[in-house]
Design a protein around this ligand. Structure first.
Ligand code: C2O
Ligand code: CU
Length: 482
């Protein structure tokens, strides 16, 4: 299979613990130049109302489905800040099911622990009729998203997600800036109903895939862009399950940022984008009248996700020379003094499967999972869900660098996500993983990743798989930083 390994083989030789050496990298010659800007910001206030809103997304083919969303905006609300801005969000829970509590997790944002949105661990769950106020100033620029952190498979599965963009990383403006949200929907369109979001079969394997795929709520939509232009594409995988093997056909592009964090532009030949992972590309659009296609080569077939259609006027005559973003501010791990830890992601063959007859959709309204399939270091979040946190997976000293060996002992992919911090991905025992920063790293079957981070943010921080059915059936834990 061609994957990010093979496609990045050209830079693999330079991508070791020593870092990606620009001089050896084919393609583009621009180093991340300017440091981040500092400015005192505004305060941006908004209210998000979690509620059932029947909606007809274009990908539903005229059928209205009982979506759960944060706002009556299609496809999702987008909160846009500039670096230095403070965000204040009031969450109101108007979900229709008794006891269906919720919260908002600001995925990838290095924020104070009590704003991180994990029920029971850092805040009380927000019950129907209740509210919760979030307030924080995101320290980093980039492309982020937010979602609930309880019964997430269903709440996100029905649509509770939004985009958070923090501007301030652009040195020399691009000609367009477009968000592309990729996800499936588990729907039965004849019955105008969602399918069960969780299945035992899916939870114990690669997850329950959707039946309808979409980009920005539509099936293979046409997205208009200026012609011969340098267009920034902010691609976000908001699917609960699916790992996408992304390609761009018909245009040249470069990776500008991974999980919001700038990299020196890397020629884009493909990337495996797991759930919750983001990729910022700059694409030189074809001349007017032309089109490029964003496709997924994962799974058994090639799927066209979106058509990028050049319209308007041709903007640029010069060759493609992608301009980098400003450097990020992620604290640099001190590898000389790092303490090493190992986390093994495994299945749970030793534990009893749920009795036959347990209905699919076995996640109760209290995050209660009756099944467990997955472990981290031989432990799973105990039956009973978020409301009975186990002891932390590890206790970390505030300010210290930790170097983690993340090992996958299963046959399935696990996008491993850390809250409140950003990993520096140093190396893999498989070829072709460039050095980069990420809050969610795809851990392939039988792979070991070498990642490091500075534990500079006090609190209890989740470490979990972002295939939501894996998370909710055991593959989650947390690190205590104090
Ligand atoms: Cu995007 Cu703990 O999650
Ligand atoms: Cu997983």
């Amino acid at each position: 299979m061609i994957n990010r390994r093979a496609l990045l083989a050209g830079i693999a030789a330079t991508a070791g613990a020593a870092g990606l050496r620009l001089a050896d990298r084919p393609g583009y010659a621009q180093e991340l130049g300017l440091p981040p800007e500092s400015r005192a910001g505004r305060t941006v206030r908004t209210t998000l109302v979690a509620a059932e809103r029947p909606q007809v997304l274009p990908c539903f083919g005229g059928v209205s489905l009982p979506m759960w969303t944060y706002a009556a905006l299609k496809p999702v609300p987008v909160i846009r800040l500039t670096q230095g801005d403070r965000l204040e969000v009031r969450l109101l829970n108007r979900l229709p099911r008794p006891d269906e509590h919720t919260s908002i997790h600001w995925h990838g944002i290095r924020l104070p622990n009590d704003q991180d949105g994990v029920p029971y661990l850092v805040q009380p769950p927000v019950l129907p009729g209740e509210l919760f106020d979030y307030a924080f100033t995101p320290p980093d620029t980039g492309t982020y998203f937010f979602h609930s952190h309880c019964n997430t498979t269903e709440q996100l599965g029905r649509g509770m997600v939004g985009v958070l963009i923090v501007d301030g990383d652009v040195v020399d403006p691009y000609d367009a800036d477009t968000v592309i949200l990729l996800r499936d929907w588990r729907v039965n369109l004849e019955a105008a109903a969602f399918r069960p979001m969780v299945t035992l079969r899916g939870a114990g394997r690669a997850g329950s895939y959707g039946t309808v795929r979409s980009a920005n709520g539509a099936t293979n939509p046409e997205i208009a862009l200026p012609g011969s232009a340098d267009c920034r594409l902010r691609i976000i995988n908001i699917d609960p399950t699916r790992i996408m093997d992304l390609r761009l056909e018909g245009a040249e592009a470069a990776i500008l940022a991974i999980d919001g964090v700038a990299v020196p532009p890397i020629p884009f030949a493909g990337w495996l984008l797991g759930p919750a992972m983001r990729l910022d590309l700059v694409m030189r659009s074809p001349p007017i009248g032309g089109r490029a296609a964003l496709v997924d080569l994962g799974g058994d077939e090639r799927t066209e996700l979106a058509q990028l259609v050049s319209a308007g006027i041709d903007v640029r005559a010069s060759g493609f020379d992608p301009r980098p973003l400003r450097a990020a501010r992620i604290p640099e791990p001190d590898l000389a003094t790092a303490e090493r830890l190992a986390f093994t992601f495994a299945d749970d063959s030793g534990l009893a499967l749920p009795e036959p007859g347990v209905p699919p959709g076995f996640l109760g309204t209290l995050c209660l999972s009756k099944a467990s399939f997955w472990t981290i270091n031989g432990r799973m979040w105990p039956e009973g869900g978020h409301q009975s946190p186990p002891p932390p997976l590890a206790e970390l000293a505030l300010g210290r660098t930790y170097r983690l060996a993340l090992t996958n002992k299963t046959l399935y992919d696990h996008p491993v996500h850390i809250h409140g911090h950003t990993f520096k991905v140093l190396a893999s025992d498989k070829p072709g993983v460039p050095v980069h920063y990420a809050d969610t790293v795809l851990l392939r079957p039988e792979e070991t990743l070498d990642v490091a981070f500075v534990a500079d943010n006090p609190g209890d921080w989740m470490l979990h798989c972002h295939v939501l059915e894996h998370q909710e059936t055991g593959m989650m834990g947390y690190l205590r930083v104090a």
